[in-house]
Design a protein around this ligand. Sequence first.
Ligand code: SAM
Length: 434
Amino acid sequence: MPKTKLTLARFAGTVRGMMATRPIGAGEALVCVPDRLLVTASKVRQAVLARAGAGAAWRLSEHQALAYWLCAESAAAPGVSAWSRYVETIPGDFESVPLCALSGASPSDAPSAATPAAQWIAAHLPPSVERRVAEQQARLFGDWAHTRAALAAIGVAPPADWRRYVWAWLAVNTRCIHLGRAPAGHDTMALAPVLDMLNHSTSASVSTHFDAARRQFVIRTHRAYRKGEEVFISYGPHDNGFLLAEYGFVAASNPRLVLDLSCEVEACAAAARRGPPPCPRAHRRRPRAAGDAAAANAAAADALVALLRRHGLWGEFALTPDDAEPPYRVQAALRLLLAAQRLSGPELRDAVARWERWRCGEPVDSDDDDDCADVTQWIQRACARIAARAQQMALDAQDPPAPVGRFLARCLGAVWLEISQIALRWRVAEDPGQ
Ligand SMILES: C[S@@+](CC[C@H](N)C(=O)[O-])C[C@H]1O[C@@H](n2cnc3c(N)ncnc32)[C@H](O)[C@@H]1O
């Protein structure tokens, strides 16, 4: 490795990171990793195909190739792997990443909460983290199954130990650097010794490039560091739910605050499928009418969700503390779904026509004020419920049971606290149902 002004050190907040051994000026290169020390999918492919022989097809994605490589290198007998010193620098477990505890003892495409620690963690995941963990587990299992089949097909021994594979997959997920945009078929990510010891800070300002003349990947800081300070890079402008799910930590004073309302909006769509309350007298006279009305309500609500999807307005329902009014996507979905909870037939069709005019920025009638008030009231009630739950969860996280890592519990508590703060900002009126 070319010399750096960095050394490994322990810090109170981040545990292990990189410290400046001398002052570092703004604009200086922090680390330059020579190309020969970057582990990329194309190098793994070349090495494996050289062993597999002519005609073997390579069907692994970059993440799959690098996870396979780490599995193979970490399982190699002592003295066999040229990379053993690097592999030894990788943490032995990723206990603070929720997926680590929830990925189970054996392969499965759904998160598993078989141990007491996993049960507690599963019960205390904020909704956005829970959704991400389920997606990660599906990807992890898909990568495992695909890697095993693809390598077996070319006569290469596939990974056999699920827990080792989980470790390798998480190492790639938490430590890879992005090489930048590349033409199709070129590497976009790499494992990079030394550089992968740099922690994230929201105040870091860095840029990266590949220096083709010197054949090295360079990361440059745009802010200065004093001797003895921890040096940071930025993993991207992520909120703490994302950082916790993907990297297993939360950033102090993270300016990116979001409250995911997806679960609540999905519940609102489910209520819209049930439609307005039935008219008991009419249904007593014609019992079959109740069934017909229920089917019509469900179909009408499904059509509204399809309409939102067509306009690219379904999903990513989030509130931030700084919005002056509910974000457009949230308003668009709620205006339709709340109308479907109250109305059916021609009245619902009128409401949808009003929604179309609102969406296109055309003049709307006075009924639009009611639609708008419905949305505001719905958000206030939802946020009152979310705030109460989040406060309870944050309290629980202060005293987790013994098998749960305290660092993970602290991170979960911090995310719940942020959720409660955003929800309280939006909860102007108390939920009368509480
Ligand atoms: C690329 S590695 C950085 C080096 C890592 N600290 C180590 O000791 O190997 C990324 C991991 O570092 C930790 N990390 C990064 N930034 C952090 C921060 N600001 N606070 C706490 N942990 C952090 C997380 O565990 C994350 O998954």
